[in-house]
Design a protein. Sequence first.
Length: 94
Amino acid sequence: MNHTKNNNNWASSHAGNFKSLSSAFALNGGQDGALRYLTDNNISICVFLVTGMKFEGVLQSFDQYTICIMDIKGRQQLIYKDKISTLMVNNKVN
């Protein structure tokens, strides 16, 4: 996965400065900013695939083509972004 908290670009060095998912999306590079916010804040998510399958867990990492989530049992799921229909936050986010 390409996302690391120690990446030397502006976006990753300022990821913790955003107070909400929407501000991370709007002000920090769209999709990458929102995914970085979810990763850095360990926010629980639901991922629905185009097939209707549902995965729940915490976003661990992501790159250009995939996301990796860890479920409550500690299992990791690698999901291709082009197979995702909807990504929903499980808990309340500003």
